[in-house]
Design a protein around this ligand. Structure first.
Ligand code: FAD
Ligand code: GLY
Length: 375
């Protein structure tokens, strides 16, 4: 734990995977950094399945997000190597998307057209080919798409490893400015640069339209290797996925709900996930249901993250929505570049904090009482 009396170069507000990865990159660059979070690692990053899936998360009309996600995927091997590939259970075994019925197959074919248009390396598979890749699939599946570029990691292990490498202080930021943070224990901390990575809660600190998008998710446990591959299914129009870890855990997710800051697990949410995943992978019905959970994805109106320096001088790293695990390493490199005045690894203009217009959404942050403190 860091000493509050010391003045760090950089304060990162928010200790989810985004804030911790950014802090770790800054630390590796020789910068004195501290992360403020009353409960680090307990937000969306604790819920996440850990798919690193630029292709299976590609949607029509979001090609700028696809570009970022593809670059993010390429940043993962070095990031995982530095943390320990086995420690974080980083696995590059591709991902299968399978259609349950004929209508679902039409939806997949439509996505296949997008893959083709973008020149993405996917294989379209018939039913039998799907089942030879993943024998647990129901015999009736109509076909699928295999993507060798979509990988996976255990996000809880990533966060635990990052937490062992960067200093954190268990306080909440109540107000932020470029070089000062007021905390809920009545202190004001000064630094050279503030980075805000407060996930779904960012809109409470800064005038950006980030909202929480709830995801309920399950953890099953069975024999190791029961499920060979991560499988994403389209089942009667709904999306469901099952991601196997090397220790036998299988993560089944996830709902997508606009419920504000509610993180209750509901009977209906669990029912829908089990109904759809067991239709697709009936062999999972006999294994243990070990955990039900819900987390809040940080979402912007255009589904793209917010990464950049705002007019307020604060560095923003938020809004990573469905792909914050995938994009953590590249966001970390981008944040470190912004803080140090270097060229970011990708064009950040589509992700700028100012793209929603000059008018802040909601109440602007009150920074009046911070003005007397200098870094
Ligand atoms: P969080 O992990 O939510 O962290 C934000 C942190 O900020 C929290 O620890 C919170 O305590 C802290 N905080 C908030 N306010 C303050 C404050 N005022 N002061 C100090 N600290 C504060 N992404 C993928 O890439 N692949 C997946 O397979 C995947 N699956 C998902 C499944 C589910 C069910 C969900 C919910 C999300 C999934 N995601 C996935 C998305 C991913 O989890 C998020 O995009 C990512 O975790 C966001 O990270 P974050 O650090 O921004 O937010
Ligand atoms: N990326 C998977 C999810 O957000 O549920």
């Amino acid at each position: 734990m860091a000493d509050l009396s010391l003045k760090p170069d950089v304060i990162v507000v928010g200790g989810g995977i985004i804030g911790l990865s950014a802090a770790w990159q800054l630390h590796r660059d020789g910068i004195d950094v501290v992360v403020l979070d009353p409960a680090p690692g307990t937000g969306a990053s604790h819920a996440a399945a850990g798919m690193l899936a630029p292709i299976h998360e590609a949607y029509w009309g979001e090609t700028h997000i696809l570009g970022l996600n593809l670059a993010a995927s390429q940043a993962w091997p070095a990031f995982a190597d530095a943390l320990g590939v086995d420690v974080v259970d980083y696995r590059r075994n591709g991902m299968l998307m399978a259609a349950y019925d004929a209508d679902d197959k039409a939806l997949l074919d439509n996505l296949g057209d997008l893959h083709e248009q973008e020149g993405l390396p996917v294989e379209r598979l018939r039913s039998r080919e799907c089942r030879s890749r993943e024998p647990l699939l129901a015999p009736g599946v109509r076909g699928g798409v295999y993507s060798p570029l979509d990988h996976q990691v255990n996000p809880r292990r990533v966060v635990a490893e990052l937490l062992s490498r960067v200093p954190t202080i268990p306080v909440s930021a109540t107000q932020v400015a470029r070089n000062q943070v007021a905390t809920d224990d009545g202190r004001v901390m000064a630094c050279q640069q503030v980075v805000v990575a407060a996930g779904a809660w960012t809109g409470r600190l800064l005038g950006v339209p980030i909202r929480p998008i709830k995801g309920q998710i399950l953890r099953l446990n069975g024999p190791e290797g029961l499920l060979r591959l991560p499988v994403r299914g389209v089942v009667r129009g709904s999306s469901v996925y099952a991601v196997p870890r090397s220790d036998g855990e299988i993560v089944v997710g996830a709902t997508q709900e606009e419920q504000g800051f509610d993180t209750r697990v509901t009977a209906g949410g669990v029912y829908e996930l089990l109904r759809d995943v067991l239709a697709l992978l009936p062999g999972l019905s006999e294994i243990d249901l070990e955990e039900t959970w819900a987390g809040l994805r940080p979402g912007a109106p255009d589904n793209a993250p917010i990464i950049g320096t705002g007019d307020d001088g604060i560095v923003y790293a938020t809004g990573h929505y469905r792909n914050g695990i995938l994009t953590a390493p590249i966001t970390a490199t981008a944040v470190a570049a912004l803080v140090q005045g270097r060229q970011p690894p990708v064009d950040l203009s589509p992700f700028s904090p100012g793209r929603f217009g000059a008018e802040p959404i909601g109440d602007p942050p009150n920074t009046e009482h911070l003005s007397g403190v200098t870094a």
